[in-house]
Design a protein around this ligand. Structure first.
Ligand code: NAD
Length: 359
């Protein structure tokens, strides 16, 4: 694509106001030419943040704008598939926030629309672009902790009043779909392996599916246990246990540490970790939102568009992650029985299992 990528932002709610608006307004090679937001107050805020952009109240009007080459979709999850198909049909490239849709049928429609449009789409798996996750991947690959034996993770959000659409699974709610989808993708990304079966439990505290745990088994036999909640405190940790040590990533603390197996070293390490955690928290709270992954992902997307190169997180990977979540939900309905994923992706074009690509 010659010149700047002219981008339209569809949906200027919570996450777009935190990240996408300012990132798209300041990324070299990107020109934010249009924004669309139904809510008058949020639209006015978006306009103030992007004074050069044309403002629309409905995303469909933005898609008719010839001054837009590519759309970033930050609409409620229940609208993702429809909006993505509309964007491809309007001849736009897309960056689609996760998850790709509510069901695998929706995912298949998005991927088919991409194929017939000849345009490109990327799924918003921004944590692939987080420096800590990239370091974790290369440290696993270097053999630093030996053979990986198991993984344990938790991704939880602090209790808050959720928007209506996030309160019910049918419109995009539930923590497996909202948060689990990231760790299902990271399992493939970090370990270069596919999830082959899953068993899960889902529970309601305040909103439908606001607690979930899932055990993902990978092709190698390795098991990843994940806990997800929107009723806890902000937590995002991944512990990778190897036969020569353990690596622990704590995204909010900004730390990636290897635990020591030497006698007595644990105490010193714990003291140092407490200090690092406190410093990370202060940095996150005081100086900046402390979340570099959105900028990394959007920059990589714009770069791939301008070079006409392959997308670093293709839409098919959104479908793969969604297949894990759909299988987990099926398992929960069956009282936690293991559900085999092989075959689930056959309904999605190009969905045969392949090793996860690098970012
Ligand atoms: N990658 C991540 O880590 C991450 C983090 C948070 C949210 N997200 C995803 O981003 C999406 C948005 O989440 P959010 O928390 O910002 O939700 P939100 O409800 O705050 O924002 C969605 C916005 O879309 C607007 N909208 C609805 N219909 C519209 C239409 N027809 N035209 C224009 N605007 C319309 C709404 O008014 C709302 O402001 C979700 O799918 C969520 O999963 C991703």
């Amino acid at each position: 694509m010659a010149g700047n990528v002219r981008v339209g932002l569809m949906g200027c709610g919570r996450i777009a106001q935190f990240f996408h608006l300012s990132i798209l307004g300041s990324t070299p090679g990107v020109e934010l030419t249009a924004v669309a937001e139904m809510d008058d107050t949020l639209r006015a805020q978006a306009q103030a943040a992007a004074p050069g952009a044309k403002a629309y109240s409905d995303y469909k009007d933005l898609l008719a704008d010839d001054n837009v080459d590519a759309a970033v979709v930050c609409l409620p999850t229940g609208m993702h598939a429809r909006a993505a198909v509309d964007a491809f049909e309007a001849g736009k490239h897309i960056y689609l926030e996760k998850p790709i849709g509510l069901t695998l049928e929706e995912a298949a429609q998005v991927i088919e629309a991409e194929r017939t449009s000849g345009k490109s789409g990327m799924i918003g798996f921004n944590y692939r672009f987080h420096p800590l996750h990239q370091q974790l991947k290369s440290r696993i690959q270097s053999g630093e902790i030996g053979n990986v034996v198991a993984v344990r993770s938790a991704f939880c959000a602090a209790k808050r009043e959720l928007p209506g659409w996030k309160q019910r699974r049918a419109t995009g709610g539930g923590v497996l779909l909202d948060l689990g989808t990231h760790h299902a993708d990271l399992a493939r990304f970090l370990l270069d392996d596919d999830v082959v079966s899953v068993s899960a439990a889902v529970r309601q505290m305040n909103y439908e599916g606001d607690f979930g745990s899932m055990r993902m088994q990978l092709g190698s036999g390795l098991v990843w246990d994940g806990t997800f909640s929107s009723q806890a405190s902000d937590t995002d940790t991944i512990e990778v246990l190897g036969d020569r040590g353990m690596l622990r990533l704590d995204r909010y603390a900004g730390s990636l540490e290897r635990n020591e197996s030497k006698p007595g070293a644990g105490l010193v390490k714990r003291g140092k970790r407490a200090l690092t955690d406190a410093q990370g928290l202060i940095k996150r709270t005081v100086s900046d939102p402390g979340e570099p992954s959105f900028k990394g992902a959007l920059t990589a997307w714009a770069d791939a568009l301008s070079k006409s190169s392959d997308m670093p997180a293709p839409l098919i990977d959104g479908a793969r992650s969604l297949s894990v979540i759909c299988a987990a939900e099926q398992s929960a309905e069956q009282g936690g029985a293991s559900v085999d994923l092989r075959g689930l992706m056959s309904s999605v074009a190009g969905g045969a299992p392949t090793p996860a690509g690098a970012a």
